[in-house]
Every structure is written in structure tokens, then in C-alpha cells.
Design a protein around this ligand. Structure first.
Ligand code: HAM
Length: 408
């Protein structure tokens, strides 16, 4: 029979990779909790128009990368390409804003983008992310950045933090016109993608990786010069707070991000260790998005990190608990071994009941392969073998054996 393969760009995560995945998510969850963010669990599908109106009609995500389909009721549906738009929709739809104060959410889960697959880039990938609504204070930008930094530090992942400010939409409007004028004169030297971007989204030309585009934008007008006093002051505050927390950063005036909803602070945590897809976490403010999606004016800031990219950077998993292999010396002792295994598990020990039938030698082979720290041979008595030292001790009383293991 012909084998069925997984769909291109999709992945099976198992074995050590699944352990890394869970370790990353658990670490992030602990830190979200320390910062008092609350979980929000959202649908994987949304109305297509949500992403058109938030991520932006002219972005790559909306133009080329969304998985969309009509459901049986004729609704235009998209598999979510990112989490922020859904959190904002939920914030508005559930009238969370009406509770007053500000709100802090975190989420984890799959996102879908029809991109060209390569190392660190998949069509289904997973993000952990957080969003903070209702506060414009620059402290909130820094809380988010500091939270990401804490996650990366615990995971022992070394990155460079790049920051920039995009100002308000109003500041940007004038700038974009100036930039368009400037780049129009250089049009022949821009790559094909940038020629199109020039019309629809000239800001994106600034972070094009093609050399000729980089050259042409070197002398281009700088966004910074078009920002309002308020935006500049805000940015200075953010930098001051980051310095105070000893969070190193570099300013990158070309950092514009690929989603349209950003205002003021944007940031990316980048590594050079995993090739071209080096951005492991990214985010920024989006002070107009809630309003754009029909909610009350609500400033907001957030980030998302790609779990698969973090997995490429986690070298070592913390040492797990000791594994105890329970082996009935022959079939006669199967039932007793089953009881022993369950008793140990109830005592909070980690146990593999060796299920293989056959010779003792073949059972030991399984225990070895599983890297068991201890083996208990079950017969009329219990023999505990320490796999590291090779020492073997016989116990008549199971309770004494349990105590020994718990104290080890
Ligand atoms: P984003 O930059 O599109 O931002 O994605 C955030 C992170 O998701 C990236 O830095 C990367 O680690 C990971 N990622 C993106 N696409 C892929 C892919 N195809 N394969 C593997 N990993 C990928 C957002 O999604 C915004 N919602 C972040 C945000 C939250 N801004 C404010 N709040």
C-alpha cells in the first residue's frame, strides 16, 4: 500500500523535540504567571476579514500566505496566521474593556501561513505570545520586552534585541509619501517585490534583504525625522527604562515589521545561529487596532515568539526525574510487577513497567535503552539494581524499598 505523507510545510513533533516544545511552553507559562498575565484560549479559525482589517490588506500574510476556505454555510474562514487579531476581537466581542482597568493576556498554539518552508519556517508553526490592553505608559512596552527577555534567559538563548519606533499613523502618513517620492526615482534599481511595495507599502522596502534595495535606501529620508515630539519622548522613555533594567538593545531604524497594525515601539529578538529565519520573538505597540476593529480607543502592546525557532536554540533539557524499570523475572510475577509499578507511581515515582515478554536479558535491554536509573526485579522478593553503580540489594518488604527510592 502506498504511504501517506504529511502535507508540505507541516511537521510531526515527537521524541526529544516534543520534550523541548513542552519545556519551552512550560517555562514561558511560569514567567507569564510571574508577570500576572492570564491565559486566553481562542479559536484557530476566524472570519477572513478580521485579518484583512488588522494585519493589513497589502501585507504578505494577507496577500499570499493565508489558508482560507468557505465553510459549508458559505462563511469566508481563515486559519489564523497570528494571534494578536484574535485576542483583540475577543477583547471587543466579550466586552472585556467594559470591566475597566487594564488587561493582560497570554496564549499559545498553532498559527498557519502558506510560506516557503525552510529551516525555522513552516506552514503550521506555534507561538507563545502576550497582549496588554488599556495602557499607553512606556512602562508597558518595557514590561513586555522584559518578559520576553526573562523567557529567553531561562531557556539560555542568546539574542540581540533590536528596537525602533514607528510613531503614530499620522506621523507615518507624511513620511510614507516622502519615502515613496524618493524611492520612485530609484525604482529601476529595486527588486521586483519592492517595485510593488513602492506603490502599496513603501515602508517594507526599508527592511528588504536584497543588496541593491539596501543600497538605494541608505540615503532615504529617515522616519525618525518625521515623528511627533510625543512619539520621540515616548521612545526616549522606553530606552531609559531598558537601560535601567540592563536590557541591552540596538536601535535599528530599518525595523518596520511585516504587519500593518504597529504604532510607536517595535522590537525583535534576533539570533544569527539558525540561518535566515533568525527572529525568535517580535512585537510592539498597536494603539489604534482595537478602535479599527470596532472597539473603544484602547492602547495596546504585545509580542509573539516562534516555538519551533526556540526549539532550534535549546541545546539541553533540564535533567528529568530518575526512571525506575520494573521487571517481572518471569510471567508468573506479571501481576505482582503490575501492582508494584502502580504502587511506586502512587508514591510519585516515575516507573516503566517493562512490558516485553521473553528472557530477562531482553527485558534488561529495554530498561537500558530507556536509560533507567534503577531496575527492580520482581519475584518472591524485590531486587533493586542501581544502574549507575551496578550495586544490587534484595528487599523482602516493598515498603522499605519504596522508602529507599524516595530518599535516593
Ligand atoms: P510575527 O513577527 O509575524 O509577529 O511572528 C512572531 C514570531 O513567530 C516570529 O518572530 C517567528 O519566531 C514566529 N514565526 C512567524 N512565522 C513563522 C513561520 N512561518 N514558521 C515558524 N515560525 C514563525 C506576530 O505574529 C505578531 N502577532 C506579534 C505581536 C503580538 N505583536 C504584537 N503582539
Amino acid at each position: 500500500m502506498e504511504e501517506i505523507k504529511k502535507v508540505r510545510g507541516f511537521q510531526d513533533i515527537y521524541g526529544e523535540n516534543a520534550e523541548k516544545y513542552r519545556y519551552i511552553v512550560n517555562t514561558a507559562r511560569k514567567i507569564f504567571d510571574k508577570y500576572n498575565f492570564k491565559e486566553i484560549i481562542l479559536p484557530y479559525v476566524e472570519d477572513v476579514s478580521l485579518f484583512i482589517r488588522s494585519v493589513g490588506e497589502e501585507t504578505d500574510i494577507v496577500q499570499k500566505e493565508m489558508y482560507t476556505f468557505k465553510d459549508k454555510g458559505g462563511r469566508e474562514i481563515a486559519l489564523r496566521p497570528e494571534g494578536t487579531a484574535s485576542v483583540v476581537r475577543a477583547y471587543i466581542e466579550n466586552r472585556i474593556f467594559a470591566e475597566g482597568g487594564y488587561h493582560k493576556f497570554f496564549y499559545e498554539g498553532a498559527m498557519f501561513r502558506y510560506e516557503r518552508p525552510q529551516a525555522g519556517r513552516y506552514r503550521q508553526f506555534h507561538q507563545i505570545g502576550a497582549e496588554l490592553f488599556g495602557i499607553n505608559n512606556p512602562l508597558s512596552d518595557v514590561e513586555i520586552i522584559s518578559l520576553v527577555k526573562d523567557i529567553l534567559d531561562v531557556l539560555k538563548i542568546d539574542t540581540r534585541l533590536e528596537i525602533n519606533t514607528l510613531g503614530s499613523f499620522e506621523d507615518r502618513k507624511i513620511y510614507i509619501e516622502e519615502l515613496r517620492k524618493y524611492l520612485s526615482e530609484k525604482k529601476e534599481n529595486l527588486c521586483e517585490d519592492c517595485k510593488k511595495r513602492l506603490e502599496k507599502n513603501p515602508l517594507r522596502v526599508l527592511d528588504c534583504k536584497v543588496e541593491s534595495c539596501k543600497d538605494e535606501t541608505k540615503e532615504a529620508p529617515k522616519l525618525y525625522e518625521y515623528l511627533s515630539e510625543t512619539s520621540i519622548k515616548r521612545y526616549e522613555e522606553v530606552k531609559k527604562y531598558l537601560k535601567a533594567l540592563d536590557i541591552n538593545f540596538v536601535e535599528n531604524p530599518r525595523l518596520v515589521r511585516g504587519l500593518d497594525y504597529y504604532t510607536d515601539t517595535v522590537f525583535e529578538f534576533i539570533t544569527d545561529k539558525i540561518g535566515a529565519q533568525g527572529t525568535v520573538a517580535a512585537g510592539g505597540r498597536y494603539d489604534k487596532l482595537v478602535e479599527q476593529l470596532g472597539g473603544p480607543p484602547t492602547p495596546a502592546v504585545g509580542f509573539a515568539a516562534g516555538i519551533e525557532r526556540l526549539m532550534l536554540l535549546v541545546d539541553e533539557l533540564p535533567q528529568g526525574e530518575d526512571l525506575i524499570a520494573v521487571i517481572p523475572i518471569n510471567d508468573e510475577f506479571n501481576l505482582l510487577a503490575l501492582k508494584v509499578a502502580n504502587k511506586l507511581r502512587k508514591e510519585n515515582l516515575k516507573v516503566e513497567l517493562i512490558l516485553k515478554t521473553g528472557s530477562l536479558k531482553s527485558k534488561m535491554k529495554v530498561a537500558n535503552k530507556l536509560k533507567s536509573s534503577y531496575v527492580i526485579f520482581v519475584s518472591d522478593s524485590y531486587e533493586l539494581k542501581d544502574m549507575l553503580t551496578g550495586s544490587q540489594i534484595k528487599y523482602e518488604d516493598l515498603n522499605i524499598l519504596v522508602q529507599t527510592l524516595k530518599n535516593s
